[in-house]
Write a protein that binds this ligand. Structure first.
Ligand code: ASP
Length: 309
């Protein structure tokens, strides 16, 4: 069995999506991971693990390199709708938004839900209204890369019933580049956050695993996990909560992550998911059954990028 990466709090682990990562600009991806690690760690100087994961994810949303924020993929109708969530392990409070369009950084809106509402999830136009009300920066529109990918698929006949049948296969081929972060702060509090544009050519209104507590992310007092991959499969298995349960029984972050990657592979095949996790002692691990899952870890002593294509 592999040994975990041992970090000292404050510490962070992030990922840029488990997917195909073919024809990826590897340098741009690596730079974006490094930048997000440093933004997350920087946030620990004034904030808790919630700020660490939100700042790291916001950095990846702004990079345009991943399927989140300005880099979000387009749905069948050519629109961007985004999902995001953040969870704090110390009191099990979470905030999530689904199918939102207004905020440039949906993860910041998820933090508003966590900190300023009594709810866990707010969706669609109502969440957009909240984003406007609290003065979040508006979404400038999708990147030209996202629009171009969508146009090419449209032109190659990727539409309608035929596409619906092939959709999951297509999602696996085209990549699943959602972003996520899990962190441990110097108070010992764990947190997890995630943000995504979902899967390209999804049906309008489709929501994946990312904002679903227990599926796309989970954090408690012992460990924090974030998943990436085909949301439909991750929801069915409740992947992040399962990882958390395995951790509570084994106290081994590598087993917690690897057991769930094995489980989803057995249930739905390879090329379907990845998972990152960190525990209360700063042990961190990431694994995926896809071609690649760029991930990285950092504490005040070092920063490492792993899992590159
Ligand atoms: N899990 C995301 C979703 O299904 C996709 C991804 O991980 O890239 O919406």
């Amino acid at each position: 069995m592999e040994m975990p990466v041992r970090l000292t709090s404050p510490a962070i682990i992030i990922h840029g999506g488990a997917g195909a990562w073919r024809n990826a600009d590897v340098n741009a991806v690596k730079r974006a991971i490094e930048e997000a690690l440093s933004r997350g760690l920087e946030a620990s100087r004034t904030g808790s693990s919630v700020e660490m994961v939100v700042e790291a994810v916001a950095s990846m949303e702004d990079s345009g390199v991943f399927d989140a924020g300005v880099g979000s993929v387009l749905d069948l109708s050519g629109r961007v709708t985004m999902d995001a969530a953040v969870m704090r392990g110390s009191d099990l409070r979470a905030g999530a938004v689904a199918a939102v369009t207004y905020a440039k950084n949906p993860v910041r809106l998820a933090k508003v839900v966590l900190e300023r509402t009594p709810h866990v999830m707010i969706v669609g136009g109502w969440a957009d209204e909240l984003a406007r009300k609290v003065g979040l920066e508006p979404f400038p529109g999708p990147s030209s890369r996202s629009v171009e990918r969508w146009r090419q698929l449209k032109e190659s006949g990727g539409d309608g019933d035929e596409l619906a049948k092939r959709w999951i296969e297509l999602a696996r081929q085209l990549g699943l580049d959602t972003v996520g972060a899990a962190a441990l702060d110097s108070q010992g509090t764990l947190a997890a956050a995630v943000s995504t544009g979902g899967v390209i050519m999804k049906f309008p209104g489709r929501v994946g695993d990312s904002p679903v507590v227990g599926a796309g992310l989970y954090a408690d007092k012992l460990s924090a996990f974030v998943a990436t991959g085909v949301g439909e499969y991750i929801i069915s298995l409740g992947l992040s909560l399962r990882a958390s349960i395995v951790y509570s029984m084994t106290r081994d972050i590598v087993s917690a992550v690897e057991s769930q990657v094995r489980l989803i592979t057995e249930a739905f095949g390879a090329g379907t998911a990845g998972l990152i996790g960190i525990d209360y002692q700063g042990n961190a691990w990431g694994s995926a059954n896809t071609n690649a899952m760029p991930w990285g870890v950092a504490d005040r002593g070092r920063s490492l990028v792993l899992g590159m294509p």
